[in-house]
Design a protein around this ligand. Sequence first.
Ligand code: DQA
Length: 148
Amino acid sequence: MAGATILVLNGPNLNLLGVREPATYGPDTLADIEESCLERAAELDLAVDFRQSNHEGQLVDWIQEARENADGIVLNAGAYTHTSIAILDALKASELPVIEVHLSNIHRRENFRRHSYVSEAAQGVICGFGALGYLLALEAMAQLIKRD
Ligand code: DQA
């Protein structure tokens, strides 16, 4: 789908990337990641709407709006990944393709990070590749949307 819009949504504490636990999350800031997503999206003929919030309800509102404004969702829900049934419900209601991203390999860390509510609504999960994961997700999304 040429010119499709992908909502790239980031949850709590991801505004602190670059400063926050760089050994786990890498040196890139969220602004760096946004810039590389915009570059890759242009090559893929996609538009990217890149957002971050620390607030669960705000994330839910944006996912609801995506039903009308976007063609797919790339989501790093941060810690809400492991807790938020509200985000899961909003993703299901959106009826959009969803790709879940984590900078870190959540299966290699504490046990509580192993369960993801988001995964129940996701077409696929990319984790452990740092900022590259967002670009891989955009590539996968471009293919998914083309197939539909
Ligand atoms: C994260 C992993 C989550 O467990 C954590 O709460 C985050 C970031 C990641 O990108 O690796 O905030 O989603």
